[in-house]
Design a protein around this ligand. Structure first.
Ligand code: HEC
Length: 166
């Protein structure tokens, strides 16, 4: 047996396993965060609604990649479009500095506004890069999308009542 195809099959399988793992982690961490906290400020509410919509689009993808739902070209395409459009409005939704006890936004967003906008732009680019035309395409292009979400959260999303508990 030739070693080359075996190796490439193996590495494909490993990539698949890694991808399923990181999707699982993503869904887990975002579920932990999806509390029913009371938000009264409409600017805060609208940025959270935006983020929740992005999460819904990613769940569409992760369900297909993990085999929980069959691949469906039309819904994959719709989810990609939704993500491109949503990530494009992140700067607009966060422009006004608004804080609430139940918001997880860190004040650094407005101190490092250029960097924040840059991360939003990277997320939009990754959304455009999503290849929704096949399951293989999704497997390859969803992990960098998730990475772009995480990268911003790591820096700009804190835990609840951070200022009080730390
Ligand atoms: C440029 C930065 C940035 C990017 C990119 C980003 N987020 Fe967020 N996200 C935030 C911030 C900041 C918050 C906290 C907002 C708040 O609580 O006021 C947040 C909150 C969330 C929440 C929690 C909403 C809630 O119920 O409290 C989810 C879910 C979420 N983001 C999903 C995503 C997904 C999915 C992506 C990628 C497609 C993404 N985010 C990309 C900055 C970002």
């Amino acid at each position: 047996m030739n070693a080359a195809p075996l190796f490439s099959r193996l590495s494909r399988r490993l990539t698949g396993a890694f991808c399923a793992l990181c999707l699982g982690l993503f869904v887990l961490t975002s579920q932990l965060d999806a509390g029913s906290a009371i938000i009264t400020d409409r600017h805060v509410q609208s940025r959270i609604t935006l983020m929740t919509g992005q999460k819904a689009a990613l769940i569409t993808f992760s369900d297909m990649v993990a085999g929980r739902t069959p691949y469906n070209a039309a819904s994959a395409r719709a989810a990609r479009r939704a993500l491109i459009s949503a990530t494009g409005t992140i700067p607009k939704r966060f422009r006004k500095q608004r804080m609430e006890p139940n918001s997880h936004a860190r004040p650094e967003i407005w101190l490092q506004w250029t960097d924040f906008k840059q991360r939003a732009a990277t997320a939009r680019l990754m959304a455009k890069e999503i290849n929704s035309r096949s399951l293989t395409g999704l497997r390859r292009t969803i992990p960098p999308m998730i990475e772009a979400c995480h990268s911003c959260h790591e820096t700009y999303r804190g835990t609840q009542n951070r200022a009080i508990t730390h």
